[in-house]
Design a protein around this ligand. Structure first.
Ligand SMILES: NC(=O)c1ccc[n+]([C@@H]2O[C@H](COP(=O)([O-])OP(=O)(O)OC[C@H]3O[C@@H](n4cnc5c(N)ncnc54)[C@H](OP(=O)(O)O)[C@@H]3O)[C@@H](O)[C@H]2O)c1
Length: 259
């Protein structure tokens, strides 16, 4: 199966008319080289906001999450060539099936955003159950590795592409009551920097601290105080242009979205 992005041109025409253009003139917002951007955890929070911003800029987004309704909504809001599927990144077999389908329909991604993650409910480490501890590791560390296992070989084959693994301020510092989450994000930092040493020149893998943003995850940690932080839409307006500039020169560097 080849790429079938024929509908793109019609989707991208006439989205807006800049100041100074005749009111009904057609404006093509498609960038000269649209990127194929893979986003895990696209159903809400930062992943959802990045999906909207990348699509608005004319890039093609392929994304996943576990929530059936949100995936159906994304598929309606962002039709083909965008592509959204219910995938639990902690399942290596689900990621494998997803990758096989996407690689044959869209080819290798230009940019992977390993964004999906969960946080433990606030509690001292000795009160976190074994199951909850495992689920944080399964999604945040193993989920990231699963996506890399199934998608990165196709990128290595053409020696091109960027892998951004979402870390946290808590991947570089710590706080009480989120020890499992801190451990998982310190792991993401180490895993990513080791991966960077394995990639051929021309590619990059970076751990990214997105900053502090008002999402469901932040509300779980901060409660109502989360509301004093930027919302995901505002954050994506800064983050997406920054993400689009990451390249081989950044390989292995721990990055942070500028505030
Ligand atoms: N918000 C912040 O201030 C902040 C700060 C530092 C770092 N971060 C990092 O930024 C990233 C995004 O965080 P957020 O605040 O947007 O979190 P969020 O609002 O809780 O969203 C998390 C996303 O991950 C998805 N997800 C969770 N488990 C998954 C799984 N097993 N398989 C597939 N998708 C899964 C969720 O979708 P489903 O439930 O539909 O699966 C959801 O779309 C995370 O890596 C987080 O650690 C956030």
């Amino acid at each position: 199966m080849g790429k079938d992005f024929g509908c793109w041109q019609s989707r991208s025409k006439g989205i807006s008319t800049p100041v100074g253009c005749p009111p009904n003139s057609v404006v093509n917002l498609r960038p000269s080289t649209p990127k194929l951007v893979l986003i895990t955890g696209a159903t809400r929070g930062l992943g959802r906001a990045m999906t909207g911003k990348f699509a608005e800029l004319g890039h093609i987004v392929v994304g996943c999450g576990r929530s059936r309704n949100e995936i159906a909504t994304l598929a309606r809001q962002f039709p083909k060539p965008h592509d959204f599927e219910i995938v639990d990144v902690s399942s290596d077999s689900q990621v494998g099936v997803w990758a096989a389908r996407l690689l044959s329909s869209h080819g290798p991604p230009d940019l992977i955003l390993n964004n999906a993650a969960v946080v433990n409910r606030n509690a001292p480490l000795w009160k976190v159950s074994a199951d909850e501890f495992s689920s944080v590791m399964d999604v945040n560390i193993k989920g990231t590795a699963n996506v890399i296992r199934h998608f990165v070989p196709s990128m290595i084959e053409r020696k091109r592409g960027v892998i951004v693994n979402f870390s946290s301020g808590w991947g570089r510092s710590v706080s009480p009551e989120v020890a499992p989450y801190c451990a998982s994000k310190w792991a993401v930092e180490g895993l990513t920097r080791a991966l960077a040493d394995e990639l051929p020149s021309g590619m990059a893998a970076v751990p990214l601290n997105p900053g502090v943003i008002d999402t469901e995850m932040l509300r779980s940690c901060f409660g109502a105080a989360a509301a004093s932080y930027p919302n995901p839409g505002e954050w994506a307006g800064r983050a997406v242009p920054f993400l689009l500039k990451i390249g081989a020169k950044d390989n292995g560097k721990p990055l942070s979205v500028p505030g």
